[in-house]
Design a protein around this ligand. Structure first.
Ligand code: ADP
Length: 395
């Protein structure tokens, strides 16, 4: 069984072809700057051959065609016939209220994805183009949609309803949805596998450029930090996370910004980038902080503190914690981040082993023997999760 996983971003397309017999990646790649000048792609196969080329990609349809050509290429391709692909798993950003599980794609599903354009304006349109192009180019191959919001659909109303006039929820679907669901689910499944226990109170921290925390009980999400959009919650690489909503009016009046400008500031110019004025990349900010850059140190402190506050809140939501798990770029690779966050959590009985914590990109338990809460690092693998979900559906 070979599953192609496609992740169409606003101007990029990431892909992996996975052999599900042994869950190995046969080829993977990335198309960038789709619809912008100088678009290019990178493709790598399991023999380690890597190519990088400029190629004109006006839209995601052009990108999908390039992906298929790459997979079939005489020299660096990994399949001889498109029919070797058993199914395509599409990452779809926003499933709105419609999807709590992955689904086989049909007209109804496509209509629902279109209905969610307003909720995911940068991603859902690209996701749909990816799907429709695959349907045209490989009409006999099953297509599955795996939604970033789906895992969070088990949240109770008290967690997902905003304290706004109720009709905005009823009529406009304004509520909290949550994101990174595929990653939180992957980590939750891995933790219950490691501990052989499906009845855990678990907090997963997906800390990357975009970051979110998720409270999970018995493998089901009960709360998560992102909301209607990924802007809510933690301070992130460039997103502000939770702020007083009155700031929007303030900025409009004092700085004369219009609503789109403010949206751009909150999403792209805030967070760790905005505070540090160094970079949105945590490696750069960590380096600047080591060199005593005041704003860089402050940005990191704010990031850690806010993450610890969410964990505290979710300890209340779960009425206790058995396990905390760190994942994604920063969660997997930054011992400093994990230690700084865990230092806030001594009152919960969290104690980490500095030596074990001093590792990068590996699955490891970092709590010590006395810790009342187990703390793990679990590298996430959203593509593999999408491939597994796809396989489950087509079987
Ligand atoms: P996203 O998928 O949201 O773009 P990732 O999960 O790939 O984000 O995480 C990217 C972030 O992880 C970057 O800010 C990067 O600096 C950080 N990161 C990656 N490796 C390290 C490292 N070794 N030390 C500190 N931060 C790292």
């Amino acid at each position: 069984m070979k599953i192609l996983v496609l992740n169409c971003g606003s101007s990029s397309l990431k892909y992996q072809l996975i052999n599900m017999e042994n869950e190995t990646v046969m080829a993977k790649g990335l198309c960038e700057r789709i619809g912008i000048e100088n678009s290019s792609f990178e493709h790598k196969n399991f023999d380690g051959q890597k190519i990088k080329k400029e190629a004109n990609m006006k839209n995601h349809e052009d990108a999908v065609k390039i992906v298929i050509n790459n997979l079939l290429d005489e020299n660096f391709g990994v399949i001889k016939d498109i029919k070797e692909i058993d199914a395509v798993g599409h990452r779809v950003l926003h499933g709105g209220k419609y999807f709590s599980e992955p689904v086989l794609i049909d007209q109804k599903v496509k209509d629902a994805i279109r209905d969610c354009f307003i909720l995911g304006p940068l991603h859902n349109p690209s996701n749909l183009i990816g799907i429709e192009t695959c349907e045209r180019l490989m009409p006999d191959i099953k297509q599955v949609a795996v939604f970033d919001t789906a895992f969070h659909q088990t949240m109770p109303e008290k967690a997902f309803i905003y304290a706004l006039p109720y009709e905005y929820y009823k009529e406009n679907n304004i509520r909290r949805y949550g994101f990174h669901g595929t990653s939180h689910k992957f980590v939750a499944m891995r933790i219950s596998e490691i501990l052989q226990n499906n009845n855990l109170k678990l907090i997963t921290c997906h800390l990357g450029n975009g970051s979110s925390v998720c409270a999970i009980k018995n493998n089901k999400c009960v709360d998560t930090s992102m909301g209607l959009t990924p802007l809510e919650g933690l301070a992130m690489g460039t997103r502000c996370g939770d702020i007083d909503p009155a700031i929007i009016k303030f900025l409009a009046h004092q700085k004369n910004f219009n609503i789109d400008e403010i949206d751009n500031i909150l999403n792209k110019k805030s967070g760790v980038l905005g505070i540090s004025q160094v970079s949105s990349d945590f490696r750069d900010v960590e380096k600047a902080a080591q060199n005593n850059n005041y704003q860089a140190k402050l940005a990191l402190e704010i990031f850690y503190y806010r993450c610890a506050k969410y964990i505290g809140a979710y300890a209340a939501a779960l009425n206790g914690i058995d396990v905390i798990a760190f994942t994604a770029g920063l969660g997997e690779n930054s011992p400093e981040t994990r230690e700084a966050i865990c230092n806030y959590l001594n009152y919960l009985g969290v104690e980490i082993d500095k030596e074990k914590n001093n590792s990068r990109g590996k699955e490891v338990e970092i709590s010590n023997q006395n810790s009342r809460v187990k703390v793990f690092v679990v590298p996430t693998n959203e593509e593999l999760m999408i491939a597994r979900e796809t396989l489950n559906l087509i079987k």
